[in-house]
Design a protein around this ligand. Structure first.
Ligand SMILES: Cc1cc2nc3c(=O)[nH]c(=O)nc-3n(C[C@H](O)[C@H](O)[C@H](O)COP(=O)(O)OP(=O)(O)OC[C@H]3O[C@@H](n4cnc5c(N)ncnc54)[C@H](O)[C@@H]3O)c2cc1C
Length: 600
């Protein structure tokens, strides 16, 4: 063993073999896995092993320093989607974290909750007890919110609501103490169009224009990843072990009771088995959790049979319902932009060196901002993006859900999909469907955050070391393209307001000088990325009759002592970024697990 002095001990595979019984074995040491492990091991009598595919990061600048953001060594590479049917057969990369801390080591650190109505809709779709009111204590428990400097906040239109924040939880959450001068143009431009400032994007009303909150330590301006906030503890816990660079290959069952896992070194060098006396907890992320469940015999029995995998429980929803946020970059040349702006760190070495020197002495600087991104976000419901909302909802209603799911879907999965579509349509003019963020520099990002299209994850071999088939299903429902187009057109309006047009923005992509709606939509399709790295929902917490995979206590239907706690469990993709909700959801799951095993 090595690395004593952290909460967890990094353990070698041979030590696992000599010591091969734990109360809980957690597959995947990302945001959810480490959160649950941390809470369970607060009790010194509870023995936990986390098995994580990736390594420990080395606290490189590219991980820790927001402005130096370059976490490439800790991404799953190469990981590609299947050719996307509605996007000219193009395959796209699948960005996911692969490290102790998972996505929190590589993500852009935006730390946002969704609208209250999102959690209430999930509750109504079957995640009973996961409403906004029920989740708020866990959001608070998960964070330490640092209030910004009062004067700075007043000058930069930053407001917040103390009552929705936590002040002694693990994730350090803060506003950046620095901003580019052009932000005020964007802010004023948006307000001049009637877009209202949101008091606090994390108070359950994440609508309007607001400054981004981040998972960044306000004192050090460094990343608060799950590795930092759930593993780098000061007092070692002998009951908490992590096995790195190792994949959980499958969950082992006795009948339908999970009793442990098989694991394999990612270099293929080692393998072994470890028992879980109380529960196996799956937290491998929304792409790999369904792969692991399927390899373990939990999934669509007929599909698994093709690979010779014996069914433990027939759960056709495993790997279905894949959702993500669609992203469209809109690029600009400016004839009179402010300096510095969102591109300056990259384009001007002298400026970058000056800013880094400031950062190193703890003075606010551009290095406090995640590289190439800005500080402001606009999120709105459909009726605020366009006057064509009625036509867009009619497009959605005219679709055949069965056709969208591939023509012959399992009836339970289809029923759940129909319920989701109904719920989205009911809320489409009151809940957020899309967003725009501006980096004050060469680009604006447009997001479609409430997709009607659904993708899937399916195994393609019997080895955990081979990637599954990842089909985003992007734009299979053309309603999503209509919504993207609406947000794109509103962004046009915003760039034409006097406050922004004074900077002289000239669009260079995706549709410069194009006026016809059809041609713009074609250009959007070509430039679109089907993922903002927010994959989710592939082991949804819905009723089993609706294609759900886990019950409201995170337990996998039809099994005993097996749960899923990560981003896979949300029925719908969380608006904003998912990480704040994954942290809070894992806090709730840890609570539920402790209670059912009599540990509190
Ligand atoms: C590039 C990028 C940028 C992002 N930016 C933001 C952002 O700014 N804001 C935001 O809110 N969200 C962001 N996200 C998304 C966010 O980080 C994820 O939603 C979140 O990490 C999901 O948490 P999770 O616990 O479900 O999975 P993860 O955190 O991904 O953890 C899953 C872990 O399981 C491991 N694993 C997989 N398979 C196995 C196996 N068979 N055995 C053992 N271990 C396994 C993986 O290596 C990984 O470490 C971003 C993600 C990426 C990749």
């Amino acid at each position: 063993t090595s690395e004593l002095g952290r909460y967890a001990t990094i353990i070698e595979a041979r030590d696992v073999k000599n010591n091969n019984s734990y109360d809980f074995v957690i597959a995947g040491g990302g945001i959810a896995g480490l959160t649950v492990a941390d809470r369970l091991t607060e009790n010194p009598r509870v023995k936990v092993l986390v098995i994580e595919y990736g390594p420990l990061d080395q606290r490189e600048d590219g991980v820790m320093v927001p402005g130096a953001y370059f976490p490439v060594p800790y991404l799953w590479l190469p990981l590609m989607s299947t050719p996307q049917a509605a996007l000219n057969g193009t395959s796209y990369s699948v960005p996911c974290g692969r490290a102790v801390g998972g996505g929190s080591v590589v993500n852009a650190m935006f730390f946002h909750r969704s609208d209250a109505s999102f959690y209430d809709t999930c509750d109504a779709l079957g995640a009973r007890g996961w409403s906004w009111t029920s989740m708020l204590p866990y959001f608070k428990k998960s964070e330490t919110f640092s209030r910004p400097d009062q004067n700075y906040a007043a000058e930069h239109n930053i407001t917040w609501d103390d009552t929705v924040h936590g002040f002694d939880g693990p994730v350090q959450a803060s506003y950046a103490p620095y901003d580019y001068p052009g932000s005020v143009n964007f802010y004023n431009g948006a307000v001049s169009m009637g877009i209202k400032p949101a008091e606090d994007p994390n108070n359950g009303n994440a609508q309007g224009i607001f400054r981004l909150q981040r998972s960044i330590d306000a004192k050090t301006q460094t990343r608060s990843s799950a590795r930092v906030n759930r593993y780098d503890g000061d007092i070692a816990r002998p009951n908490y072990h992590i096995l790195t660079n190792t994949a959980v290959a499958r969950v082992l069952f006795q009948g339908s009771t999970a009793i442990g896992v098989d694991f394999v070194g990612v270099a293929g060098s080692i393998n072994g088995t470890v028992k879980a006396d109380k529960e196996v907890i799956v937290a491998a992320g929304a792409v790999h959790t369904p792969q692991l469940l399927q390899l373990s015999g939990v999934g669509d029995t007929a599909y698994l049979k093709k690979f010779g995998i014996k069914s433990v429980v027939d759960l056709p929803g495993v790997g279905q319902n894949l959702q993500d946020h669609l992203v469209l970059k809109v690029n600009y040349n400016y004839t009179s932009n402010h300096f510095p702006n969102g591109g300056s760190l990259q384009s001007n070495a002298t400026y970058a060196a000056e800013q880094r020197a400031l950062y190193n002495t703890g003075t606010p600087s551009a290095y406090d901002l995640t590289a190439t991104t800005g500080n402001l976000m606009i999120q709105l419901p459909l009726s605020n993006w366009t006057d064509d909302g009625f036509l867009i909802t009619e497009t959605a209603k005219a679709q055949s859900p069965a056709t969208l799911l591939g023509g012959n879907p399992d009836p339970r999965v289809l029923r759940g999909f129909k319920k989701q579509r109904k719920a989205i349509l009911e809320n489409i003019n009151t809940a957020v469907v899309g967003g725009v963020s501006w980096n004050t520099g060469p680009e604006t990002s447009i997001y479609m955050t409430r997709p009607f299209s659904r993708g899937s994850i399916k195994i393609n071999s019997t080895s955990i070391l081979n990637a599954p088939l990842i089909d985003y299903g992007a734009l299979t429902d053309s309603t999503d393209l209509e919504i993207l187009h609406a947000v794109y057109m509103k962004n046009h309006e915003l760039m034409s307001t006097p406050d922004v047009s004074v900077l002289g923005p000239i669009e260079t992509a995706p549709a410069p000088g194009i006026n016809s709606a059809k041609a713009i939509k074609d250009a959007i399709k070509k430039a679109l990325a089907p993922s903002n790295a927010h994959q989710c929902c592939t082991a949804a917490m819905m009723s089993r009759e609706d294609g759900g995979v886990v019950d409201p206590q995170n337990r996998v239907y039809g099994t005993k002592r097996l749960s899923v706690v990560d981003a896979s469990i949300w029925p719908l993709v969380v608006g904003g970024g998912p990480q704040a909700s994954v942290y809070a959801g894992a806090e709730k799951a840890a609570d539920l697990i402790q209670r059912r095993h009599g540990l509190v």
